[in-house]
Structure formats: C-alpha cells, structure tokens
Design a protein around this ligand. Structure first.
Ligand code: NDP
Ligand code: 8X3
Length: 248
C-alpha cells in the first residue's frame, strides 16, 4: 500500500480521489487551503488521511513540504497534482489579467513546484508515480478557454517532457485530461455564481469526481512496467466541437 499525496483534496476530484484511495488501503496526504474541509475529511477517513494546509502558490511552503511531513509520511510513492482552477469564461479581450495570473500561478507554477519538491526523493529511491490533472481544454480550443486551456496545454507537455527525462528510472508519469465533469466546485469557482454553475450541467450526464477517482485507481492498479502517458476522457454526452467559421 502506498503513501499518496493529493493536492486540492478539499473538494471535487481531489476529495473523491482521497476517499477512494483510503478505502483501497492507501495512506493519503490531502492538501488544500481550506483547513476546515481537511479536518472534516480527517474525521471521516481516520488516521490513514493526513491533512496538510497548503496553498500551492506559496513557493516557500511547497518547497519545505517534503521535510515538514511527519517522518513516517515522508516517502511519497504517488503524487497527484490535482489542485487547479479556471477563472472566467470571457473572451481574451474581456478577461481580467488578475484571473489569468491566478490560473498560471496555480495550474502551471503550482504543479511545477510541487512536482519539483517531490522529485528528488523519488529519484533517490528510483520509485514513484506522478499523476497530473490536465483537461480537454489543453487540447481543444473553445471561446473563453484562453489562459485556462493554455495552462492545461502546459501541463500536458510538462508531463510528456517529465516522462522523457525520467526514462531510465522506474518513475511513472501520467496526465488525466477530463472533459465536462459535474459534482465538483469547478464551475462555481470559474463563474463565481452558483446558479450559472448549475446551469452548465443542465440536461447533461457529465463525468463525476468518482469517475476521475476510478481512473486514478485503475492507473495505480497497473503493473509497474506499464506507463499510461495520457488519458483523455469525456462523458458520452460530449464531443470535441468542429472548427468555427465567421460568415458575414
Ligand atoms: P474543485 O474546484 O472542486 O476543486 C479544486 C481543488 O483545488 C480544491 O480542493 C481547491 O482547494 C484546490 N485549489 C485551488 N487553488 C488552490 C491553491 N492555490 N492551493 C491549493 N489548492 C488549491 O475543482 P475540480 O475538482 O473539478 O478540479 C480539480 C482539477 O481537475 C483542476 O486542476 C481542474 O482544472 C481539473 N479539471 C476539472 C474538470 C471539471 O470539469 N471539473 C475537467 C478537467 C479538468 P482549496 O480551495 O481548499 O485550496
Ligand atoms: C474543465 C473542462 O471543458 O470546462 O477542464 O474546460 S472544460
């Protein structure tokens, strides 16, 4: 059974992943900014869950995390870079620069810094698995996807390059790229409006956080010589859109 660090375990995918992996017998370190949510999860899951308040945009705290973990939690076998967010659905010309910076700080710099913090111990042990949440938005452009999609394209290429650098080691690296997924706070955060967020999923049968947790669980069940580079997953009710044409 593994020690697994899940960033962004206070809601949505991260929470579902933590719950599933603890139920499967793993020990899970769950991070996020909301201490009350982490404490509630600790009460629910017991001592197989270690809550760690962490803002992934706090570079100093991220770098210090491996050494500040309790000694019997320090050998992290699996890192799941899940914390992330989208802010806004406006076109580039209508978007707020501050929102763009927050997405880059969280989805790009946060992922890079957390990964860099845990790589040395994985290299030292020649053992480990890094799984990062990308998105279909990193592959398919859509109106309002601008910087969010670009951060997820970064994640996809970062993970491909990481995998290349790790060739010759036993460390694995995978990206999960989901499409429309309900049951998380993603759209509430993005739209800053709970009614509009609920409307995003009206009439659809979207993926669920449990579907993502199941995918993580499947990845972890594979034999150690198998590396899944990337998984793109959508609900049956979604498909990649066609190319846009402006007709006068
Ligand atoms: P949620 O909003 O439900 O959860 C996001 C999690 O990220 C929360 O636990 C939040 O914790 C954490 N987080 C955000 N910012 C920070 C930060 N600065 N420091 C630490 N933690 C942070 O979203 P989802 O579960 O839906 O999304 C999880 C991941 O999956 C994201 O990377 C998202 O981009 C990606 N994704 C989501 C899809 C969807 O449709 N839902 C589809 C494809 C990809 P807290 O606020 O407590 O810090
Ligand atoms: C979330 C999926 O389509 O809203 O990454 O960008 S989408």
């Amino acid at each position: 059974m593994a020690v697994i660090l899940v960033t962004g375990a206070t809601a949505g995918f991260g929470r579902a992943i933590a719950v599933r992996l603890v139920k499967e017998g793993h020990r899970v370190i769950g991070t996020g900014r909301r201490a009350d949510r982490l404490e509630a999860l600790h009460r629910e899951l017991g001592d197989a869950f270690l809550p760690q308040v962490l803002d992934v945009t706090d570079a100093g705290k991220v770098a210090a995390l491996p050494e500040t973990l309790p000694t019997d939690w320090r050998k992290v076998d699996v890192l799941i870079n899940n914390a992330g967010l989208a802010l806004g659905v406006g076109k580039a010309q209508d978007s707020k620069l501050e929102d763009w910076k927050t997405m880059i700080d969280t989805n790009v710099t946060g992922v890079v810094e957390v990964t860099r913090a845990f790589l040395p111990q994985m290299i030292e042990r020649n053992h480990g698995y890094i799984i990062t949440l990308g998105s279909i938005a990193g592959t398919y452009p859509y109106v309002g996807g601008n910087v969010y999609g670009a951060t997820k394209a970064f994640v996809a290429q970062f993970m491909r390059n990481l995998r290349t650098d790790l060739l010759g080691t036993l460390i694995r690296a995978s990206t999960i790229e989901p499409g429309l997924c309900g049951g998380s706070e993603f759209s509430n955060v993005r739209l800053r409006d709970n009614q509009k967020a609920a409307d995003v999923y009206k009439g659809t049968d979207p993926l669920t956080p449990e579907d993502i947790a199941g995918t993580v669980s499947w990845l972890l069940s594979l034999p150690p010589h198998v590396n899944i580079n990337a998984i793109e997953m959508m609900p049956v009710c979604q498909a990649a859109g066609g190319l846009a044409v402006d007709r006068k």
